[in-house]
Design a binder for this molecule. Sequence first.
Ligand code: 9MR
Length: 588
Amino acid sequence: MKKICFLAVLLSLFTSLPAEEYPLYDFENYEIGTEFLLKDVSGNPVSAKSYAVVAADPTGKDNKVLHVLLVNSWNTYPEYPLPDGFTAAEFCTYQSVAFSLYRPQVLPKNNDNMQTAIYLGDKKIYQEEHPNYPDQGERGKWHEKRYAFTPVETEASYFLLGLHADTMEYYLDNIRLVRVEKGYDYTDETQTLRYYVEQCGNGKHIGVATPSSWKNVIDLNNDLLDMSQTVFRNFNMVVAEDDMKFDAIEPNRNDFNFGYADALVDFAERHGMKVRGHTLCWHKQLPEWVTKNEDRNSHNYSREELLSILRNHIDTIVSHYKGRIAEWDVVNECLEDNQRSYYYGESYMYDLRASVWSKGIGGKLGWGDENVGGDFIDSAFVYAHRADPDAKLFLNDYGVENRGRKADAYYYLAKHLVDNNIPIHGVGLQCHFKAGELDSAGLVRQIQRFQELGLEVIITELDIASSDKQADEFRTITNIFMEQKNCPNMVLWGVSDRDSWRSGALPLLFDADLAAKPAFFAVRDALEKAWNDILSVAPVPNDARPQSPYVDVYNFAGQKIASGMRRESVNFLPTGIYIVDGEKIMVR
Ligand code: 9MR
């Protein structure tokens, strides 16, 4: 343990870690004019006008490069033999392929649809798929590129690397493999976040949002991928960043697309992780058939029709995952940012945001805009509860974590739901924090007053903008999460800074190479501290009173897990903390 802490301190002094590189092709040993084979991976003949040939650097430097011209050739890439004695298996021990790319000022046919693809033998190990095509950088200049690939099993003796379009011209140089130092070794479980949270034996989960399918940075079917391993080795809960939202899952009316969501749930089950569902009812990311405008009912659906759209959506999805998704964000971001009806007559109120749901369904719950009502909230919770009575159901919102009108409005909304017996189990605090915004006393107070309502509080979308305090702020919030009894889960909104929705803010625990940042070590230290605190609970004297040979056993969260168990059998329960005869017992 000491060794790990020392390592953590040492590493936290560095922000970027060294990379190990293996040079593959710099073309300097080739004669100008040497041809490289071009291969069409669809098996079609390559047009005779296409070529890949060693040439002089187009910027005039004394340097040899590979010049590729493709004419009417889709899916066609230069083929590079692996260096003598260097196997495909060794290739796959690296994480990324890096190279320099130059595109001439004038492209043939002005074709700019350029996606990079990499194959090892006939197996595709990387392809950029993006609806808008990636920005390959300004033309007439060299640019550095680096792509993490998916390792595969193959005995291939060559790889393919190039750009994908019909007719185009480009230059490549300095092709190499890169392995990055991560600062910790995730194959040693005692160095991961998950290990410490699970050692605590109190049922808490540390979770992460898996990158949206369109970002193409996680393959949920490939457990070898660095991104996949970073996720399942460090976290024991997942949520889809985008792929369970309305537009992703019901893009056309009653036409459900469960592809990525199913893959995520399978991935989670394969790795013993819990799944949060996000999100059933939101004003954003709605398909056009629901509304064309997020704050209006643009198709003028009737109240009945909208309720039936909402019911069918919730019922289908929650039933599809019955028993497999532990908790749902049922209603997301339903409060106005600016709470004007804060104090109304004798009581505290809340303004609901205008949306297709609040405007089209209406109802009495909520004040402010008289055309806005909250019946959709009650309905959404009831539909979800009917579809899976065991799933825990949550409100989720931002700007409600500390003190202030919106934080109060959130409390009063939740209280209203509880008072009206709506099946709600808790609230999510998103926690997208700017540097310095975390108010720990305010956060603790907010978590605790929901406890008085009997509600859980989940930190659902944590990210904190980078600053010299970032690691400390992550440590503070992790301590709060571990200390507060009604706060079972803390979820990071993304894995790597590179893929974050706030990419410029560098708000997460891993950098673009999935190397651990100081924030990672701060979270891990806080989890380890929580475990140490539990271990240091004083042993209970066992001669204090007569003992029954049969006991009821509760878990650390206070749920009964066994009635009338033989006292000796308690020692054979899985490692963890249990409550027996009102005392904590540690089973190792
Ligand atoms: O991270 C999500 C990003 O990829 C989407 O483009 C965006 C669209 O609205 O939603 C982001 O996630 C949001 C989450 O679903 C709800 N709370 C705010 C999050 C950040 O915008």
